[in-house]
Design a binder for this molecule. Structure first.
Ligand code: PMP
Length: 398
């Protein structure tokens, strides 16, 4: 009998488990479309030029690594505010947004969840059905009861918008609603601007608490277009939270660069909110790390590097779209008759392929093509060398 005898083995993370299975697969043609990571045309994780140049510039005047403030690097928090809300936007100039540096988008969600749980202990949380797997776990671990609102309609291959509105209308006042700002994970289906307007109307009427998760800004239409939803919430006069992730847009996954911004009614309110966010951070990890935030702040605030980053982000976006088209073309060339045009209308890094669990298992075991059991494939991991093989393999299991 030891202290840990009663400890049960937790189920392994389904996506990381898939990676292990992929690594052990001896099929020379294997392709990993499981994890949500962007790979370049050579199948490599990119190190952006903008990041390299920022690192070189920072290295030119090496700095000692003292503790950052609890809420992170001030220049980084300011750069995030300007990116998410606009430099000259009223909420930023009036000082009514509280922004903290967080450990990736996950960290932003977690700090926000802990803060809201203290503020509204009785509130429930609603996430989309389906959603990024970690949404439920993050909010449950913060102590919330988590339910879902309708989102994906498999029969219609799109969003069940009537169901979504009905679920939000039925939610109790104060319910926290987690919304994917763009590039919905896992489905690849986003709300249209007109649908966002309707969602905002219900959120306002029902006095719900919106929590926008912005993990893929720049991967759908562009930075401004993908961020436009934030402006809609501002224009509606709502108080809300936004988590930001630079993992994908800067290809800085391992540096854990993210943020949480809370839009309040006044500068005074923002100061009080910030003080509470700092308590949450202080009692979890004290303060965030220096490097990733310094790089991102440098890029965002240096005009040439900012332009270079936007260009590189644009290249990633364009390449993903080209791969969606190639996949569709490849499926047609392989003789698939059914309408799969949704592959090119979905946006972001993922495609909900519509394949069943059995088909996904066959893809893995017979062809070494790895996607999630739910049928999600990461189109950002396709390239000229593997897309033809993936299309042929999918055609064979359809
Ligand atoms: N939200 C969504 C919807 C995501 O897909 C992800 C990452 N896969 C995150 C948040 C977390 O991002 P990060 O890796 O920066 O923690």
């Amino acid at each position: 009998m030891s202290l840990f005898t009663a400890v049960e083995l937790a189920p392994r993370d389904p996506i990381l488990g898939l990676n292990e299975q992929y690594a052990a697969d001896t099929n020379p043609k294997k392709v990993n479309l499981g994890v949500g990571v962007y790979f370049d045309e050579n199948g490599k994780l990119p190190l952006l030029q903008a990041v390299q140049k920022a690192e070189a510039a920072l290295q030119a005047t090496p700095k000692a690594r003292g503790y950052l403030p609890i809420d992170g690097l001030a220049a980084y928090d300011q750069a995030v505010k300007e990116l998410v809300f606009g430099k000259d936007s009223e909420p930023v100039t009036s000082g009514r947004v509280a922004t903290i540096q967080a450990l990736g988008g996950t960290g932003g969600l977690k700090v926000g969840a802990d803060f809201l749980r203290k503020l509204k202990p009785g509130a429930k949380v609603l996430i989309s059905n389906p959603s990024w797997e970690n949404h439920r776990a993050i909010f449950q671990n913060a102590g919330f009861e988590v339910g879902t609102y309708s989102y994906y309609d498999a029969s219609r291959r799109g969003i069940d918008f009537d169901g979504l509105l009905a679920d939000l209308k039925a939610a109790a006042e104060g319910t926290v609603v987690v919304l994917h700002a763009c590039c919905h994970n896992p489905t690849g289906y986003d709300l249209t601007p007109a649908q966002w307007d309707q969602v905002i109307e219900v959120v306002k009427a029902r006095q719900l608490t919106p929590f926008l998760d912005m993990a893929y800004q720049g991967f759908s239409q562009g930075l401004a277009e993908d961020g436009a939803v934030v402006g809609k919430f501002i224009a509606a006069g709502l108080d809300f939270l936004v988590s930001t992730s630079f993992s994908k847009s800067f290809s800085l996954y391992g540096e854990r660069v993210g943020a949480l911004s809370v839009v309040t009614k006044s500068k005074d309110e923002a100061a009080r909110v910030l003080s509470q966010l700092k308590v949450t951070i202080r009692t979890n990890y004290s303060n965030p790390p220096t490097h990733g935030a310094a790089v991102v702040a440098y890029v965002l605030s240096t005009p040439e590097l900012r332009a270079l980053w936007e260009e590189e982000l644009g290249q990633m976006r364009t390449r993903i779209k080209a791969m969606r088209q190639k996949l569709l073309d490849g499926l047609k060339a392989a003789g698939v008759q059914q309408d799969l045009s949704y592959i090119t209308t979905q946006v972001g890094m993922f495609s909900y392929s519509g394949l069943s669990k059995e088909q996904m298992l066959r893809l893995r075991s017979e062809f070494g093509v790895y996607g999630t059991d739910s049928g999600r494939i990461c189109v950002a991991a396709l390239n000229e060398n593997n897309v033809g093989y993936v299309a042929e393999s999918i055609a064979k299991v359809l």
